[in-house]
Design a protein around this ligand. Structure first.
Ligand SMILES: NC(=O)c1ccc[n+]([C@@H]2O[C@H](COP(=O)([O-])OP(=O)(O)OC[C@H]3O[C@@H](n4cnc5c(N)ncnc54)[C@H](O)[C@@H]3O)[C@@H](O)[C@H]2O)c1
Length: 309
């Protein structure tokens, strides 16, 4: 939703293709429709439906493939469903581009989960880190990441793979299963208790969605420097925080006190993940501009605006 809004603001005609399975995406759709009544059109559809995807993609100048089954927990409960959405869905997008929009740049939202648990790694993670898919979600997104990259080599598509770390921002409807920053913000504002899986010292590098959207825009440049590349993308070392630090930052920015309890760590949960941004910065000149405190303050303002007084 943030990406669609960003591109429409930059003067693009945007087609949004989504099955609205994510809770809250229908409200986001109402919002974005009101922002861009003439430059954005919405097609309801599922990426598992190859014909609908082909129709939506035909003739596009750029394709951002962000639709996914996004939760590790759901992938553990339903690996076949996860595979169909994340892998078959991605192949449907790639084939639709190959046949109907071969000049389009395809940007794929991959994940830091392609690198596995990284038990013994203290520094920032570069793209040279060996792949190590864990959990069905890690496998389906990781395989999709490799397919997208390879469609560049095998079929000459213009592909960009972004291995995204923790993304947060306005319009994010987080839950316990995915989108934990949004989940923390909404819960703390509503006075709902949180469960913290593990000891709360898991570290992530947080990236504001507005910064990511600026990168999407650089990535879609036809035959630009990002074409054919794979980048790790997150907030980087300057925006690395552990869960308890994020809770403290939300408390400080919102003036609300969090309630939480600890529970057992979950499978596939990396202890520490911080993106090394050297490659993406050197290639396209991008780096995050919005620090964690400013980003959280903005997200809290949005979350508060949703609450009907
Ligand atoms: N948010 C993060 O921290 C993060 C980190 C790494 C990777 N990613 C990737 O970024 C992408 C966007 O994630 P997000 O956090 O914005 O999640 P999101 O749930 O807000 O966005 C995914 C969208 O895909 C739609 N969708 C789900 N299944 C679909 C299907 N079968 N057909 C069509 N649409 C479908 C959902 O309705 C939702 O609007 C995903 O590919 C995710 O794997 C996100």
């Amino acid at each position: 939703m943030n990406a669609a809004d960003h591109f429409a603001r930059q003067g693009w005609r945007v087609r949004l293709f989504d099955n609205l399975s994510r809770a809250g995406s229908d409200q986001n759709l109402v919002w974005i429709g009101a922002q861009h009544p003439s430059s954005l059109d919405f097609k309801a559809g599922d990426v598992r439906d190859a014909d609908l995807v082909a129709e939506a993609v035909r003739g596009a100048d750029a394709v951002l493939h962000l639709a996914a089954q996004v939760a590790v927990t759901t992938s553990m409960a339903d690996p076949l469903g996860d595979f169909a959405i994340n892998l078959t869905g991605t192949l449907n997008v790639l084939e639709a581009v190959r046949r109907g929009a071969p000049e389009a740049t395809v940007v794929f939202a991959s994940t830091n989960k392609v690198y596995g648990e990284l038990e013994n790694l203290d520094g920032a993670v570069t793209e040279d880190q060996p792949l190590d898919f864990r959990t069905p979600y890690g496998c389906s997104k990781g395989a999709a990441d490799q397919y997208v990259h390879d469609y560049g080599r095998s079929f000459g598509l213009q592909t960009v793979v972004l291995r995204q770390s923790c993304i947060y921002g306005r319009h994010q409807n987080g839950s316990e299963d995915q989108g934990w920053v949004a989940h923390f913000v909404h819960s703390i504002l509503a006075g709902r208790p949180l469960a913290i899986y593990g000891d709360g010292h898991q570290v992530r590098d947080l990236l504001d969605a507005r910064d990511l959207c600026r990168l999407y825009e650089l990535a879609v440049e036809p035959a630009g420097p990002a074409t054919g590349q794979v980048f790790n993308v997150g907030g980087g070392p300057a925006n690395a925080r552990d869960l308890l630090q994020v809770i403290a930052a939300i408390e400080a920015a919102s003036g609300r006190k969090a309630e939480y309890r600890f529970a057992a760590a979950r499978p596939g949960d990396q202890r520490r993940y911080v993106s090394d941004l050297a490659r993406v910065t050197a290639t396209v000149g991008w780096q995050p501009e919005i620090g964690v405190d400013a980003g959280l303050t903005d997200m809290i303002a949005w979350a508060r605006s949703l609450v009907v007084p």
